[in-house]
Each structure stands twice: as C-alpha cells, then as structure tokens.
Design a binder for this molecule. Sequence first.
Ligand code: PBG
Length: 326
Amino acid sequence: MIDGPRDRPRRLRRTPALRRLVAETRIHPAELILPMFVREGLRSPEPIASMPGVSHHSIDSLRRAVVEAAEAGIGGVMLFGIPTSKDAIGSGATDENGILNTATRAVVAEVGESIVVQTDLCLDEFTDHGHCGVLDASGNVDNDASLERYRDMAIAQANAGSHLLGLSGMMDGQVAVVRDALDENGLIDTAILGYAAKYASAFYGPFREAVQSSLQGDRRSYQLDPANRREGMREILTDVDEGADVVMVKPAMSYLDVLADAAAASPVPVWAYQVSGEYSMIEAAAANGWIDRRRAIEESVLSIRRAGADAVLTYWAVELARWLRS
Ligand code: PBG
C-alpha cells in the first residue's frame, strides 16, 4: 500500500457537474463575430470552394443571413465586399454606391439595432494589384498615400452606417488618421477596431480565394513577421495610443502568446480573428474523419478565449452560438 498523493486535481474532474462548475473559461454567443462576404452582381449565394460551408452572398442573401445571425444571438458581423471591377486606387471602396457601402446600409437597416455591424477597412479587395494600399511609382506600397484613401473610405463606411471600422491594412498611422477624419466630420460615435498585430500569415490562403484576390507577391512589407512577439505588442500599444476602441491579434491560433501579452496590457478590449486557414484546416480534417468536428471547433475557439480574447471573429460564429444555446 503506497501513501497516495495529497494533491489530487482529479477530484474536480470526476463528474460533468464538477467540471462545469470549475471551468475557468466559457464562450458566450455575444462574444462571437461572423465575417461575411458580399459580392457585387450576385443573384444568389455562391459557395467558396476553399472554405466549405462559407458562401459569397448577394445583397438579399446577406440580409437573410444577418437576420439568422442576430437570431442566433451573436455579437456582430464583419462585412467584406467584392466588387465587379477593380483599379489601382480601389475606387469601389470609397464609392457610396460601391458593394460594401451598399451592403452596409442594407444590413444596418435590417439588424442594426440588435447586432454590431462592422466593415473591413482595407483596399485589397478593391485594387487590381491586390495590395492593401496604393502603390508608388516603383511599385511599393505607399504608406501615406494609402492613408489618404483610408480616410475617405472611413467616411464612406461611417456614412453608410457601419458601427465599427475594422482597419486591417497595416499602414503606419492608420488609426490616428481615421480617428481624425471621423471626428472632423462629426462622426464621433463610429468606433475603430485596429487590426493592430496582424501577421503576414500563410493562414490567409483560403481567404484570398474568398475575396478573389488579385495579389501578386506577398504583404511582408506591411504585415508583421511571424517571428516577432515583442513587435506585436508595439503595434498594440501604438493603436491604443492612436485612439483604437478595440485592438486585434490575427491570426489567432498560431499567435496565442501575442494575444496573451495584449490581453494583459491593453486598456481596451482585445479581439482575435480565427482566420480562413484555421477554419479550413479543421473542416478538411473533419471531412476526412480525422478529427471530431464539433469538439475541434469548440476547443479551438475556447483556447482563443482562454489566451485572453474578449471576442472572437470566427466563420463558425452562428453554428457555435446555436450549439451553446441548445
Ligand atoms: C485584408 C484582410 C485579410 C483577411 C482579413 N482582412 C487578408 C490578407 O491580409 O490577405 C484574412 C481573413 C481570413 O483569412 O480569414 N483586408
């Protein structure tokens, strides 16, 4: 007979009721945000091959889907627009009748009271070269010229009724410039989500198909190097300083250390974006029968919450919210 251990953590794992009582992290539907794609010229939704279960919406199908999202009790939606024509400066982004601004007005009219309607503020879907900003004469992404475009895009999106602008372009100074532009135009209530620590990640792969990206090359001259944790913190602090209402870490699962750092230091909410590659990897493995789909989804989002995200952008937002409520 051995002397048993005095410390027995298993005692609290014994029954489902005990485990439920001592769970340190929970997910609530209100802290889930659904990214959605709306494509100009579509009459009905079209599936995105690289993201099984996710579609491009027409304006009408988008309206129906946001009503479902609101009914599921999620906290918000993040809208991405795909225009029929692109040009060097991304004109469609600042056109009040461009696809994203048109869709925003429709969605705000439909569900604007019940969930937070957010819009992606970046030029990459609208430029023919696919970069997040405009290019200079030698083909490099021109930071300050891009800021001019972001400023106009912010005003167009705020006027369309967007509650919160998702600044995902990773240009230096973007939060400050957009905050000033909004304030100068009396748009003081439009909030800013700074995609502060956005890494140059391979996990955006399926998204590039989703937005029919025309990108040649990569975004390493403006998005963060995956090697850098301290620099992620620098970007978080800069965005807070420039007036971001919320900051974000993106992608999520490969950057939980950055997320934990941000959550420990930020005075504003910290969100995380579980990106397309994170989604599609789990879907693909589940489709092959290699993992339990529902458990993998729940565990992945829980781990992002556990690392410190106050809310999570995830393509499973509505499905997960329904599971949580049933
Ligand atoms: C840029 C943007 C990207 C994503 C959201 N906003 C992609 C990029 O930097 O290429 C990625 C989202 C995802 O992969 O789910 N506007």
